[in-house]
Design a protein around this ligand. Structure first.
Ligand code: ZN
Length: 300
């Protein structure tokens, strides 16, 4: 976050920046959301301008603003393009500066991180991981991303290297009955995201997992890949809690299949038992805004 620290007892402007819509909200540190609004994602100028105008209409005088955004993002505080989107297949948004319009309009600090990291931190603080020392959040939807919170420090601490993690782009072994599809990741082809995200499921089976019958082999194949990925993440991080969000995970019965698959891949080696620690998200409709709030409170 740039600038002075956030003050307690104050209001925060919250932004969940998605590829198709921006959700805006105003809340206090007790998670009371007094106003909420949704706008379509068009060009950066129009979308960010509309967001600033809505906050002004609401009379916002924020202690700080939190942004939980689609990625990738430049999160190096020393970088001149901190808070920008360095590259994205989304038209108009490569190079977009998400921070400056809000910092200038409201003369306050702005905290920014990925929507996945925001979700990880909010689930850790208030949701499915409230009793756990560490938490891995994976979103499996139109893309795949992961965020890890280490709870060694009070309030939790998000894992960052040069930038946010890119857990969707790990390599995975190919399922024996899934050798023809090349994967859709423009960078790696058949990385985890390239094989398991929503577009990869539609490309192979012409439907979402939720729309395929329960006996369809796609469920087992997708669960096999996700279980394998979780085995890798357990080997690296040993999370006490693993939260699986995103549209693909809405398929009935999938999370149970993933638990079984992860348990088979791990073969009892890791401390965390996949059948016990893998859960759906605990936060409901306001999860995105609460992610932005968690980010702003972490920095404050
Ligand atoms: Zn990839």
């Amino acid at each position: 976050m740039a600038g002075k620290s956030a003050e307690t007892g104050s209001e925060y402007g919250l932004i969940e920046a998605g590829g198709t819509k921006f959700v805006l909200g105003i809340a206090d540190a007790a998670r009371t959301i007094r106003a909420r609004h949704q706008i379509p994602t068009t060009t950066p100028e129009e979308t960010l301008g509309t967001a600033v105008a809505w906050f002004r209409e609401q009379g916002l005088n924020p202690a700080a603003i939190g942004i939980a955004s689609f990625g990738p993002l430049d999160l190096d505080p020393a970088s001149p393009t901190w808070g920008h989107i360095p590259r994205t297949p989304k038209p108009h948004w490569t190079g977009a500066d998400l921070v400056t319009p809000f910092a200038q309009a409201f003369a306050c600090p702005v905290a920014i991180d990925t929507d996945v990291n925001g979700a990880a931190l909010s689930e850790y603080r208030w949701g499915a991981g409230v009793d756990d020392k560490s938490l891995l959040y994976l979103t499996i939807g139109t893309g795949i991303g992961g965020g890890f919170v280490n709870g060694k420090h009070a309030g939790g601490h998000l894992l960052h290297g040069l930038s946010h993690p890119e857990m969707g782009h790990i390599r995975v072994a190919r399922h024996p009955q899934d050798h023809n599809y090349p994967g859709f990741c423009p960078f790696h082809g058949d990385c985890l995201e390239g094989l398991v995200a929503g577009p990869a499921i539609k490309a192979r089976w012409n439907a979402s997992l939720s729309d395929l019958p329960a006996v369809h082999p796609a469920h087992g194949i997708i669960a096999w890949y996700i279980g394998q990925a979780i085995c890798t993440f357990q080997a690296m991080l040993e999370p006490a809690r693993i939260v699986l969000g995103g549209g693909v995970m809405h398929a009935p019965g999938l999370i149970e299949m993933v638990r079984d698959s992860a348990a088979e891949w791990g073969a009892g080696y890791f401390v965390g038992d996949p059948r016990a620690i893998i859960v759906p998200p605990g936060l409901g409709d306001n999860a995105g805004l609460l992610g932005a709030l968690a980010l702003v409170l972490e920095e404050g």
